[in-house]
Every structure is written in C-alpha cells, then in structure tokens.
Design a protein. Structure first.
Length: 270
C-alpha cells in the first residue's frame, strides 16, 4: 500500500499531502497514524516554521471510505469506538501541534475532511471549493469535531440545517463567516498557503506556539480564564531569547532575526 501522506519541504514550510487522489483523497487506514507522526516530526525539526496540509490532485478530502465504514458495522461497539479514536487523536494532534498548521483546499472537503480542515489554525481555499457534512445522507452522524468547529462560525440553526440536509456550503460563504482566511483562484490554494506559512515561519517560533494555544482556547474560555492564560504566557515570553531579539531589534531600529534562533529549543505549547 502506498503512503497515505506525502512529505516535502519548501523553505521553512513542511508540506503534508493527503495521498489518495483516485478516491478524492478519502481517508486511507494509515492516514491517522502517518499524519500524526508527520506533525510530531515537524515540531521536532528546527528547520520547520509552519506546516501546510493539502490533498493530492484536485480535492482536499472526501472523508471516510464507505467501504471501510461498511465493514466496521460488523465490529462490536467497543471496536468501532477504538477505530474512531484514531480520527479523534489526529484532530487533537492538529490542534495541539506546536507549529502553525494551514489547510490548503482545492475542490472541496466532505465529512471528516471538513473536521481536518477546520482543525487547522488557518485555511486557504480556492473560491470554487465546497464544504459538506453529508453524514446524514448515509445514515450517519458527524464526527471528528465537525459540529464543534462549525459552531464557532455559524448559528445553531445554520449548523442544524447543514447537518440535517448534508448540503454544500460554498467556500465563499465560509470565508464571509470567517472560517476561511484567504480565497484564491482555482489551483492557487497551495501556493497561497505556502506563502502564508513562510510569512509565519519568519516569526518567533516559541511565541508563535504560545499565541496558537491562546487562540485555540479563546472561543470557549471565560474572560478570567483567558486573562490568566495570557498572563502566564506573557511572563514566560518576556524571559525568552525571542523577546530579547524582538525588543532589541525594535529599539535598534532594525528587523528582528528570529530565524537565527530557529535551531534553539523547538517551539512547543507550554
């Protein structure tokens, strides 16, 4: 069986490609483990400043393979839950990755593909792409955090309609709602995502990891919880070599060189 994930490097950006184009990048059995491992490797590599996750060919991910899902019907409830935890662990790996993860979407994302896309820190999409949580059409319910991620951008009524009808939501609508950072012409999502990743990668690595963790929890935290989290990370950041470089560069009226610090301790969320 071919690898579920293709890995390549462009500058400081690690590009991870879902590699099942013949099936519109439906999830291969080994994708969860391979992608999680690739994210771990990216965090450990000081040459990586950002990660881009995309799909081979002209589609991001069509979700679960229905042939495999049909086979799982014969498993016990405990065994089915164990299989599902692979997806849940991957979603957590994307969320908790110590470096920014950017989704590059061509064609569309369906089912768990939506979950993986919205689990990323930023999303770049072609204008003609679509997103759909079409589980209801095959008698299933959403998984992988799809309802949690979508609820950050749409009302309960819209979320319910999307899940009960399985209708497609155009990328342009999600962009208007704030779920997509940048829209591109067809075929341009990957290049734009790499450019965004390269820009982020030039910044302070450890501060970026801390910022990511704050942004991740801000939607659900109370003001008091967020004030505390910000205070803890600000205190830590002030003592960091990145702050010394950034503040020093500002006072000396020069551009900070955070890349020179890249080979120090890899960024990781405290």
């Amino acid at each position: 069986m071919s690898s579920a994930i293709l890995i390549r490097q462009e500058g400081a950006v690690r590009i991870l490609t879902n590699n099942n184009p013949a099936a519109r990048n439906a999830i291969l059995p080994t994708l969860y483990e391979e992608l999680s491992a690739a994210l771990t490797d990216a965090v450990a590599d000081p040459e990586v400043g950002a990660v881009v996750f995309t799909g081979a060919g002209d589609f991001f991910c069509s979700g679960g393979d229905l042939n495999l899902l049909a086979e799982r019907r014969r498993l016990s409830a405990t065994e089915r839950r164990e299989k599902l935890e692979g997806l849940n662990d991957l979603i957590r790996a994307i969320r908790d990755c110590g470096k920014p993860v950017i989704a590059a979407i061509e064609g569309g994302a369906a089912g768990a593909g939506v979950s993986m896309a919205l689990a990323c820190d930023m999303v770049v999409s072609a204008r003609d792409a679509f997103f759909t949580v079409a589980y209801v059409k095959v008698g299933l319910t959403p998984d992988g955090g799809a309802t949690a991620f979508l609820s950050e951008f749409v009302s309960r009524q819209v979320l319910t309609e999307l899940c009960l009808t399985g209708d497609r939501m155009p990328a342009e609508r999600l962009h208007a709602l704030g779920a997509i950072n940048r829209l591109t012409d067809k075929g341009g999502a990957l290049a734009e995502a790499i450019a965004l990743g390269a820009k982020v990668a030039r910044g302070p690595q450890r501060a970026s990891a801390r910022i990511k963790s704050l942004c991740r929890q801000a939607h659900r935290a109370t003001l008091e919880e967020q004030l505390e989290a910000e205070s803890v990370l600000m205190v830590a950041s002030q003592a960091d070599a990145e702050a010394a470089e950034g503040i020093g560069a500002f006072l000396e009226k020069r551009q900070p060189d955070f890349v020179a610090l890249r080979r120090c301790k890899p960024a990781a969320t405290p």
